[in-house]
Design a protein around this ligand. Structure first.
Ligand SMILES: [Zn+2]
Length: 313
């Protein structure tokens, strides 16, 4: 077997194994703890908000609620995507995770619009803010969010759905810090519009986060080539296998986070070493290029089956 590592970097071990090293059950447990933690804090913060009549705290409580909603969506999607493949659903329900991420992204986008609108309508208006209650609500939030961050940080790197939940926690974390900054400024200078200004800056961060999540999810639904796949390189590596004449109908897409799928037609010179070529190609795609699964059609001649609009070469 020839060395193909010169054509592409080796993937790390857990990447080609499919999914993160945490696994579905560990992720579900993390989401459950985080959901309860943020849920309880939401009730406390909302109480503080209504008690003090501080709009800043009430609105941050709503952000916290959105985080709980995000975690709930992530949790449900995580459960569904764990269901096995069957004759009725041959890929299983793995894309539930991507649907969950898309919903999270849209949710986040609406929150961003809401925050920007709130900030805009508040600019130039005078109102009283009880800074002591603001501090109390913000510090309670920071403690809750710090714990949630620590729990969720590892799995959000590899799981798009956990990333959605992560960004919801990030949202409330930044919200808490902004409440503190606003409260300090108001206490020292009495300048209340700082609350609206910081709120809108916060809205822009959320806007960017939601854009990224929505774009990544839509790319997967559109079956675009995964970001970590170079089709030209992959094709060149397959052509390098002795006995391969041409490679056609290349397709690479994402089933769910970290599960790239590949299919192609491989035209071979003669039938004698077909089995050998197939094994080499399969190993190459799995071990060197990190594909979770590949389907290869070996053929002596390529036949036009009426889908040549999908044949990129
Ligand atoms: Zn063909």
């Amino acid at each position: 077997m020839q060395d193909h590592s010169k054509h592409a970097p080796k993937k790390s071990g857990h990447k080609s194994g499919g999914g993160s090293f945490h696994g579905i059950n560990a992720d579900a447990r993390i989401l459950k703890i985080t959901g309860w933690l943020t849920g309880i804090y939401f009730i406390i913060e909302l109480g503080l908000g209504f008690y003090s009549q501080s709009i800043a705290v009430i609105s941050d409580a709503f952000h916290t609620f959105s985080a709980v909603g995000g975690i709930l969506i992530a949790f449900v999607a995580n459960r569904i995507s764990g269901k096995a493949a069957s004759v009725a659903a041959t890929y299983g329900f793995k894309r539930a995770e991507i649907i969950g991420a898309l919903l999270n992204g849209i949710f986040l986008l609406l929150m961003a619009v809401y925050v920007l609108y709130m900030g805009y309508t508040r600019l130039g208006k005078e109102f009283e803010l009880p800074t002591n209650i603001m501090f109390l609500a913000a510090f309670g939030g920071l403690i809750t969010e710090a714990i949630a961050f620590k729990l969720i940080y590892q799995s959000q790197k590899t799981n798009m759905n956990m990333k959605g939940a992560y960004w919801h926690i990030m949202q409330t974390f930044i919200g808490s810090i902004l409440i503190i900054i606003a409260a300090v400024v108001i206490k020292l200078t009495g300048y209340t519009p700082i609350d609206a200004i910081l709120g809108m800056a916060f809205g822009l961060v959320l806007f960017w986060a939601s854009y990224k999540i929505i774009k990544d999810a839509l790319d997967i639904f559109m079956q675009t080539v995964p970001g970590d796949v170079d089709i030209d390189k992959t094709k060149a590596a397959l052509l390098d296998i002795p006995g391969v004449k041409s490679v056609m109908h290349l397709h690479a897409w994402v089933l769910t986070s970290n599960q790239n799928i590949f299919s192609a037609h491989i035209q071979i010179e003669d039938q004698k070493n077909a089995e050998d070529i197939l094994r080499k190609a399969e190993t190459l795609l799995k071990d060197e290029y990190g594909f979770y699964f590949s389907t290869l059609q070996l053929e002596l001649e390529h036949r036009d089956m009426g889908a040549e609009d999908l044949n990129i070469g």
